[in-house]
Design a protein around this ligand. Structure first.
Ligand code: ZN
Length: 377
């Protein structure tokens, strides 16, 4: 019988589709309050957040995670009820098993087991949970961080439980994430009859050359830890549907995932200077997403790497690829931020699952990390 498996199952049974928390945080708050944590429920809009801490002084270690899950899609596509954690062979199947209720369960069981050994703490432990990671992430961790900054509460080390593992538990950890910036561009032409092009201005034609230049934009990564940043066009639309009409405008969406070597301003300048060169009439609307981050200090990375090695026998690869995570809100405060969680092959899919044996090992790894960072022996 595994404590972590039991708690994971309990959390899966709560239908916490973003921004719902469905009682997950209350269950966790009860467990943490029982072992002496101070609990703060921070609700912003319809989003529930939990901030729980224990300890009096010293560096602050925080487990960061989310209790919300993405929608299931058509239930009939699932082999079992997505909100009943079901054991199938060596797998536990259910929505949120990998992303990320098993990590949240392992946060709690590892803290309980660690404190039960009555260690002499050299620092403090915090747990930060939100129910708005998979959604717009406006009333979640970013607001809690503002609140903590106001109280002058500084996080030293932050372990994010997002599913990072690839082939086996702990083979990959994330020490940074790329930033994201999007733009919607409206290329303005003049509508007309295809037989009278001299009376119209075809935005498809005028944008052909800048489009080709834009698609080749690359921003080099200088940190050595990220891929170079490439511009990607995700949507392009023009035309009325009629074959004898020159369209009046062309609308295009683009996105750049960028490393800390590049700034939003640099990306904006490079893109707009290409369009301006061609004397095109245009409008552009920018959407600035998460900022990039990179943890280079070794304390947290080493504590995690050594703990993984002691439990699994192998060492993790440090990467920075993939989408964004809530770590982006914590890193700007100066905290060291590293992500470690179970396998991510099935996240957001039907029949999402984790390996059952990984739950116990994740618990053991998290517990070791606590003892390496927060005790002297
Ligand atoms: Zn997640």
């Amino acid at each position: 019988m595994s404590n972590t498996l039991d708690l994971t199952k309990e959390l899966i049974s709560r239908k916490s589709v973003t921004p719902e928390d469905a009682g997950c945080q209350q269950l966790i708050a009860e467990r943490l309050s029982k072992i002496g944590f101070k609990i703060e429920n921070l609700q912003y809009g319809e989003v529930k957040n939990l901030w729980a801490t224990i300890g009096n002084s010293g560096p602050l270690f925080v487990f960061l995670g989310h209790t919300d899950v993405v929608p299931t899609g058509p239930i009939e596509n699932w082999e079992s009820d997505p909100f009943v954690a079901t054991e199938k062979g060596n797998l536990l199947v259910g929505r949120g098993t990998a992303d990320m209720k098993s990590s949240v369960a392992a946060f709690i069981t590892s803290i309980e087991a660690f404190l039960e050994d009555q260690p002499t703490l050299t620092g403090r432990i915090g747990v930060l949970l939100t129910s708005d990671e998979e959604g717009p992430a406006i009333d979640g961790v970013t607001k809690v961080i503002d609140y903590l900054e106001e109280k002058n509460e500084k996080i030293t080390w932050c372990l994010v439980g997002e599913p990072t593992s690839d082939k086996s538990l702990g083979d990959v950890i994330k020490i940074g994430r790329r930033g994201s910036v999007s733009a919607k561009i409206n290329i303005i032409g003049t509508q007309g009859h295809v037989a009278y092009p001299e009376r119209a201005n075809n935005p498809i034609h005028s944008f052909a050359a800048p489009l080709s230049e834009l698609s080749q934009l690359i921003w080099k990564d200088e940190t050595g830890e990220f891929q170079d940043s490439a511009l990607q066009i995700s949507n392009i639309n023009a035309g009325t549907g009629a074959t004898n009409v020159i369209p009046g405008n062309l609308i295009l969406d683009l996105n750049v995932r960028y490393s800390p070597s590049t700034s939003v301003e640099m990306i904006q300048t490079d893109i707009e200077s290409i369009i301006k060169k061609y004397n095109i009439d245009y409008e552009i609307h920018w959407d600035i997403g998460g900022k990039p981050f990179l943890t280079l200090e070794k304390e947290l990375i080493d504590a995690i790497g050594e703990s993984i090695h002691e439990i699994t026998g192998s060492s993790p690869k440090c990467t920075t690829n993939g989408g964004t995570s809530d770590g982006r809100f914590v890193a700007p405060t100066g905290a060291q931020v590293v992500e470690l969680g179970p396998g991510n092959a099935s996240i957001h899919k039907v029949n999402e699952s984790v390996k059952i044996e990984d739950l116990e090992n994740l618990f053991k790894i998290y517990k070791k990390i606590l003892s390496k960072l927060l005790t002297t022996d």
